[in-house]
Design a protein around this ligand. Sequence first.
Ligand SMILES: NC(=O)c1ccc[n+]([C@@H]2O[C@H](COP(=O)([O-])OP(=O)(O)OC[C@H]3O[C@@H](n4cnc5c(N)ncnc54)[C@H](O)[C@@H]3O)[C@@H](O)[C@H]2O)c1
Length: 302
Amino acid sequence: MTTRRSHDARAVVTGAGSGIGRAFALELARRGSRVLCADIDIDRASETVRMIDDAGRGEATAIFCDVADVDDLRTLADRAPDLLGGPTSLMINNAGVGIGGKAVGAIGLDDWQWALDINLRGMVYGSELFLPQLRESRRGGLINVASAAAFSAAPGMAAYNVGKAGVLALSETIAAELSGTDLAVTVLCPTFVQTNVAADGRITGEAMKVAEALMRRTGRSAEQVARQTLDANDRGRLYVVPQFDAKAIWLAKRLMPRTYAFGAGLLHRIQPQLAVTRSVTATSTGAETPTTTARKRIPEGV
Ligand SMILES: NC(=O)c1ccc[n+]([C@@H]2O[C@H](COP(=O)([O-])OP(=O)(O)OC[C@H]3O[C@@H](n4cnc5c(N)ncnc54)[C@H](O)[C@@H]3O)[C@@H](O)[C@H]2O)c1
């Protein structure tokens, strides 16, 4: 094994069937690694493996894993050393889902649980179960895919924001715990990346249109983000905040927290979709009657 963690690695990538996860798997294979492509959609994971086979460098195996199911994650951790020919040297907790468009109070407990099980618990348990194997490798690496949502507190995205904030806190804590060792943890915090996350998620109404437009117009490519993150982990860097807008949010939140909170509130007030959700919630408590226009704009499922 070379000294660069992403080269000739024994790697596990969750959510490897699409988007950033697929880009991680392809780039790792290009760097001569063996990759276990785990996904809840085994057909998509198998397609990633076919792409790696066609490229003719690296080795890959597709495996079913629902990261929301701790037994699946345990099985993945147990089987990885056999399938990779040794203990996992690089674990990428990437699988995640998009959710947004409703304010707290209108999200519903089922959606909260769905989002946190995948986006938070999946990465917490993935880190817990794989760290012992990473410690067995000479220079192990852990990459957790969070988001700029971890620190942006954008209105209408609470279920997503909370999960990603947890992943950021988890990664920062692990970084302190790995200090002085040869292991490195990296947390990826992008704004928009061009993938299927919005189309496949639970994003409702106007929020979906906004997410798709921003992804199309401002989204980085998954390949670029994956390469940058692997290089950062090779160098032992904790944070990858790839885009300018994510960096600006990060700085504004820390330097001017009250101004930032005011701006986020303003955004909430001018978002028509959230205004509708607020009026519907108020109606259910008898406080207000929604207008006809507002009723027309209520998305399915509210
Ligand atoms: N695309 C963006 O703009 C963006 C921005 C910030 C963070 N992220 C994060 O990047 C990560 C990857 O998402 P993406 O954008 O590539 O989306 P994507 O939808 O293209 O890919 C996600 C993959 O995860 C798989 N998956 C979903 N639920 C799963 C589960 N329970 N168990 C195992 N696999 C599951 C899907 O089948 C899919 O193959 C996510 O954690 C997402 O939150 C994405």
